[in-house]
Design a protein around this ligand. Structure first.
Ligand code: F0G
Length: 470
């Protein structure tokens, strides 16, 4: 009997979709033997950040700087104007940010955290609060290093991996207003708003929420700065889920969303489709002057900010490619495809599926491993051991320690993230990843936790080392 093979479209009752690009250049990858993977994992201290990329088969560590550039972007690389000052590529980048994000003034930086550093130092006074829709590791650290106190004001639904709220990235306006009343508007540095909230599982913010946030902040004279790192994906969810946006383009939605904010910082390594780069953009002239002065101290001249001319050219082109509706639909569609496969096997992960990856729910995956034995770290290690697939911990290790008490911060979400690089892997790779996760899930009862044996002071998840608990 011939096997009936169904395309994804048939399985889901519609015509199949496909990526709006084809592959012109390939990079070979290979799977090490189980013994070699065991050794690599041990040498890496059970931390996937410490693995060598050569030892990884399918690399879902991050969607940051790992995307594939287009032929147009590579052609742009040849147009690099490597002048120290006034490179024409900078003006192209500035034009692209103004056109698609709508901010007036643009400061280039080497990547997102460079922009976070400048913004935090420029606008936070020591002791001020910085409310945000869930923390991000580097963002919060820069806010704290500037003397700020981060306060989470995301809606409660975001902390529940099973809650199906369509906009789990929304700010809880009541939480925000009671913070403002408690500490006074003058003690709020700004609202730190992120699109497609990374630590919540890639969950979007609705247009209705950012509009209402603007009104609230206007009443108190508080500014809103946007982490625009994954705003294209956020715009896609608005187009799909929010009333009145189905007929608007990603570009239109992006621009409207940004119009409710006072500025943005960007890790261009994600949504802007480049391997390195970032920027900071604001509407306020005085703040721009401050930032433009600071960038020369920490990043580079204000017309390159740590990027080469060719990087800025690829970035300017990447911004334009990233707002194309068919591209964003295929990007999020691939993430969903992986989610649908896992769902067939009832594997626990954060729902709804987010914009940039699948976040396995390690608490439900390994209910027998206490949070202090790092279940999400364990899951990332087990997945690599089983399959050579690399993922990343997004739980207690990533959350770090409370600067006041020195104790672990224990987040409600204990997740292992499989971030999908943009335009890199095929559907067949996603099938292999899903089967690998299934194998680890089937062996879940045998898994044992980890003990941390080396802990760096800042952003410990990058370099911490672990040993298995026997
Ligand atoms: N903001 C968000 C939401 C991010 O996800 C990142 C980086 C940054 C800021 C910092 O930008 O890396 O260019 O300095 N996230 C990467 C990740 C590292 O894997 O999620 P950067």
């Amino acid at each position: 009997m011939p096997r009936t093979v169904k395309t994804m479209g048939q399985q889901f009752g519609r015509r199949s979709w496909a990526e709006p690009w084809k592959i012109k250049m390939v990079e070979p990858i290979r799977l090490l033997s189980r013994e070699e993977r065991e050794r690599a994992l041990r040498e890496a201290g059970y931390n996937t950040f410490l693995l060598r990329s050569e030892d990884v088969y399918i690399d879902l560590l991050t969607d940051s700087g790992t995307g594939a550039m287009s032929d147009r972007q590579w052609a742009g690389i040849m147009l690099g104007d490597e002048a120290y000052a006034g490179s024409r590529n900078f003006y192209h980048l500035e034009e692209a940010v103004r056109t698609y994000y709508g901010y007036r003034y643009v400061v280039p930086t080497h990547q997102g955290r460079g922009a976070e550093h400048l913004l935090s130092q420029a606008v936070i006074k020591p002791g001020q609060y910085v409310p945000g829709n869930m923390y991000f590791t580097t963002t919060r650290l820069h806010q704290e290093l500037a003397g700020g106190i981060f306060e989470d004001v995301i809606i409660d639904e975001a902390h529940d991996p099973t809650n199906l709220h369509p906009f789990k990235g929304d700010v809880d306006l009541d939480k925000l207003e009671s913070l403002i009343r408690r500490v006074g508007a003058e003690n709020i540095a700004y609202v730190s708003l992120a699109g497609t909230v990374n630590m919540a599982g890639g969950q979007p913010v609705s247009m209705g929420n950012v509009r209402a946030l603007r009104e609230l902040c206007d009443r108190y004279g508080i500014r809103i700065y946007l982490d625009a790192t994954r705003m294209m994906e956020n715009a896609f969810f608005i187009q799909e889920r929010e009333e009145g946006y189905a007929d608007k383009s990603i570009a239109e939605i992006l621009k409207e969303f940004c119009s409710y904010t006072d500025g943005a910082w960007m890790s261009a390594k994600k949504d802007n489709l480049v391997n390195i780069g970032g920027w900071l953009a604001v509407n306020d002239r005085e703040l721009f002057d401050t930032l433009r002065n600071m960038v020369v101290v920490y990043e580079g001249l204000h017309t390159y900010g740590g990027m080469s001319g060719r990087d800025m050219e690829a970035l300017a082109i990447g911004i334009e490619e990233a707002v194309q509706d068919d591209y964003v639909r295929a990007r999020v569609g691939q993430v969903r495809y992986l989610g649908d496969l896992l769902d067939n096997w009832d594997i626990p992960f954060v729902k709804p599926v987010g914009g940039h990856g699948i976040f396995l729910d390690a608490k439900r995956f390994y209910p027998h491993i206490p949070q202090d034995q790092f279940p999400a770290q364990t899951l990332a290690a087990e997945l690599y051991r089983e399959s050579g697939v690399r993922s990343m911990e997004r739980g207690i290790v990533s959350a770090g320690r409370d600067p006041k008490t020195g104790d672990h911060r224990r987040p409600a979400l204990e997740l292992t993230r499989l971030a999908i690089p943009r335009r890199v892997y095929t559907q067949a790779h996603m099938d292999v990843v899903a089967e690998a996760i299934k194998a680890v899930y089937d062996a879940r009862e045998q898994a044992k936790g980890l003990r941390m044996v080396y802990e760096p002071k800042y952003l410990r998840f990058f370099q911490a080392r672990f040993e298995p608990i026997e």
